[in-house]
Ligand binder design. Sequence first.
Ligand SMILES: [Zn+2]
Length: 312
Amino acid sequence: MADKAVITSNNFPFKRLVEVLDSTKKVCVIGYDFSWSSRHAPHFTDIRRGIWSALSEKSKLNPFASEQDYCVVMNWFNCRRQVISASNRVYEDSETPSAKLSEYFQLLRDTKPKEYLAIQQSDFFHMLQRMGNDLGLTIATQCEDGLLGLNDIENAYELYGNIFQAKCHENGHEFASWPAHNEIRQRIVCESCGSVIFPNVEMFGWNNKIEVRKKLLYQIEKSEVLILMGIDRNLSPFTEVKSEHYLRLPVIELLNNGIVFEDNKSTHKISFNEIEKYIEKRINTKECLSKGTESYQKAMEYLRQIHKISEN
Ligand SMILES: [Zn+2]
């Protein structure tokens, strides 16, 4: 992306953008920046490399080797599941009494409640769902936080698994939910084979989601545009996809302050401000333009509007 010329709004190719949005096969990949902005969901990258990657080799925990480490790591997962569930409840129930809200916020370690409330009004996931329906997207996620499923976005490709599901270490028996919510003091075993149960995510080199990724790569090969939100290019599918088709594919990247459109070897960037001018010239109502905030949700809304305007 960096070596391509950046051309700004003067000649932003809106027409071509809409043309691309009208194509039938579209793949949308979302990453942790999106999860963080929308629900302040914790990141799980360290899990993949071994807990916790900043520790020295000697003091790193290995839940596959020691029961004690297993308990520490599984309790850490439990705590993070609570954070995610709590963040979801805050959104689900806008009538939540403030006492209860503050109880939830206590669970939200690493989060900033003020910002949290500010975005409570308009939900990213509903927006993603709407965008998915309107534009017909195949959705994939680099996140393990299960937020798509919790928000009724079904059949998403979870490229690294889902911490709310479980899988046994030796025989790969899968379970739709994690079985132990209280403090874990010993290894949890598979009811079918007796092997140890882990969250169904890639961790410590175990449980690589090759099959899911293959299916997504197949979808990308058939797709006519990629839509990206808050992704990490050092993760799947970007580390695996190398085809000619992929290299030629138009890419729409939603930022929290604008939209980048890569097409036919050139890259165009447009800011929210410039998009607002474009939309205001074409529609009378301004109700949908909530100026001043930066968010992926807003980028999604603007993309939908650019598409809608073209239909009128
Ligand atoms: Zn088993």
